[in-house]
Ligand binder design. Structure first.
Ligand SMILES: Cc1cc2nc3c(=O)[nH]c(=O)nc-3n(C[C@H](O)[C@H](O)[C@H](O)COP(=O)(O)O)c2cc1C
Ligand code: SF4
Length: 274
């Protein structure tokens, strides 16, 4: 499964130390080179770390070929200050332009999101994409049906106090569920994936961090998520793949406004056990 170019290999054993599954060993004999332990292919994560970590370009993997792993370009590295501003300037966008989001841009974002880490490198995240304000408005309307039922008969334990405001807003023509966004992306994972919620959350996080580089903005659609968990008509309308009980929706569109400041957040609360 792994292929070593002996003309480049320096026998430094970095790949042995790096492999998360410990399935690379040095072969027998005086001139020994890395090889996979017998049966290693059954537990290999196909993570490509053996290829990525070799400084000599000597390692390839049948399922992660060297020629499909581009070198890391030093000139593109972010310094700390740029990285902090990049991360801190991410915002939840709730006011969108009328402008539709081009399919190519959505495809590019999904292409980026697939590099988010997944438990055991399982890569089970799937996407259901809605475009067009009318389509999204139908989803909001279905979610509001559920909220309306929840708030019927006055305040109840477990029902947030703002829920009646969502219904009142909707009746007055304001969509606070999907904010008149022109696109909605629903990330989902099969229920069998024990890390499903984390995996899809990371994929959405990658996507939302990349979106502003294309002039786009996102917002986690928490209200729609709650309705999608409990309201059968909405489950039917969204139509996730069979068995995908892990899911989260995200709004996408062109922000109407830009931001000029980085709002403060609480300092970290840490318990050090040293
Ligand atoms: C939810 C989650 C749980 C993970 N748990 C472990 C773990 O217990 N041990 C470990 O070595 N790696 C763990 N990983 C790392 C994955 O194996 C890794 O993301 C995957 O192999 C892809 O490699 P990359 O992160 O270098 O792209 C976890 C990743 C995620 C997202
Ligand atoms: S792909 Fe990952 S798990 Fe498989 S041999 Fe390489 S480093 Fe080890």
């Amino acid at each position: 499964m792994i292929e070593v170019d002996v003309s480049k290999c320096k026998q430094d054993k970095i790949c042995l130390a790096e492999c998360p599954m410990g399935i690379i060993r040095m072969g027998q004999g005086e001139e020994s080179y890395p090889e996979m332990v017998p049966g290693g292919e059954k537990v290999c994560l196909v993570c490509g770390h053996c290829v990525a970590v070799c400084p000599h370009g000597a390692m390839s993997h049948k399922l992660v070929p060297l020629e499909e792993c581009p070198p890391i370009r030093k000139e593109l590295a972010l310094d700390l200050e740029r990285a902090v501003q990049f991360l801190r300037s991410r915002r939840s966008v709730r006011v969108f332009k009328e402008q539709a989001v081009e399919r190519e841009k959505i495809e590019r974002l999904l292409e980026i999101a697939r590099y988010a880490p997944t438990g055991g490198n399982s890569q089970t995240v799937q996407w259901t994409v809605f475009t067009g304000k009318e389509k999204l408005r139908e989803l909001s309307a279905t979610a509001v049906e559920w909220i309306r039922k929840l708030v019927e008969g006055g305040p109840k334990p477990g029902v947030p106090a703002y829920m009646p405001l969502i219904v009142a807003g909707w009746d007055a023509g304001k969509d606070t569920v999907l904010r008149d966004a022109p696109a909605l992306l629903v990330a989902s994972c099969p229920k069998e994936n024990p890390n499903g919620m984390v995996d899809l959350t990371l994929a959405l996080s990658y996507l939302e961090l990349a979106a502003p580089t294309m002039g786009l903005g996102t917002c986690w659609a928490g209200l729609l998520q709650r309705a999608l968990m409990f309201w059968e008509p909405l489950k039917g309308a969204v139509g996730l793949p069979e068995g995908h009980t892990n899911h989260y929706p995200m709004m996408l569109g062109y922000p109407k406004f830009r931001y000029y400041r980085l709002p403060e957040r609480r300092p970290p609360r840490v318990t050090w056990r040293t």
